[in-house]
Design a protein around this ligand. Structure first.
Ligand code: CTP
Ligand code: MG
Length: 170
């Protein structure tokens, strides 16, 4: 069980198919989850429309900033592989006096590949792209511990606790 304070900023980190959106959807309300895929679908032709990425991330950053400005619990659902974006989200949370917890999706690569293969053609990544993501994940994962997050946790069922508690995996 993952005990999380409210409010908190959660930064999801994981390759495609590692279960980020699934976990976020199980434990948080849709408005709490700010998803780059969903915003690509809003301003582009679908969740995988990479040409819409710049617009989608522009919106994502504005939504995250607006929500943190109100100290609202927020889940950032992106791959989480961009070092500068992670650092900026952490700084923003600190500026608003909110804990910032990284959620690392250590899903087995074979399982990510299996889930990717099970997706429809429009949603499926090429093997080469997924391989590159899985490699990048291992690089990002080792650095997370020293980036200054309040905590680095793995996805588990969530229990929200009063903000005075330190977030920790129980
Ligand atoms: N899934 C599952 N059981 C889990 C986690 C995920 O069956 N414990 C399934 C989801 O229902 C989905 C697929 O695996 O069909 C991929 O999970 P998803 O949460 O969409 O992965 P993401 O990490 O969000 O992948 P992406 O970066 O592509 O959005
Ligand atoms: Mg997703």
């Amino acid at each position: 069980m993952l005990r999380l304070p409210d409010p908190v900023l959660l930064v999801l980190v994981g390759a495609s198919g590692s279960g980020k959106s699934h976990w976020a959807g199980e434990h948080f309300r849709p408005e709490q989850v700010v998803s780059s895929d969903r915003l690509r679908a809003v301003v582009g032709e679908g969740p995988r429309d990479l040409e819409a990425s710049a617009d989608a991330f522009d919106l994502l950053e504005r939504i995250v900033a607006a929500r943190l400005g109100r100290r609202l619990t927020t889940v950032v659902d992106t791959l989480g592989f961009d070092d500068e974006r992670r650092a900026a989200w952490l700084r923003l949370a600190v500026a608003h006096g909110m804990p910032c917890v990284a959620v690392a999706f250590d899903t087995e690569p074979a399982e990510c590949r299996r889930r990717n293969a099970a997706r429809g053609p429009a949603d499926r990544l090429s093997q080469a792209v997924l391989t590159a993501q899985l490699k990048r994940y291992t690089q990002v994962r080792v650095g997370l511990a020293v980036e200054g997050f309040t905590d680095v946790v793995t996805p588990q069922p969530v229990r929200v606790v009063p903000a005075a508690f330190t977030p920790a995996a129980a």
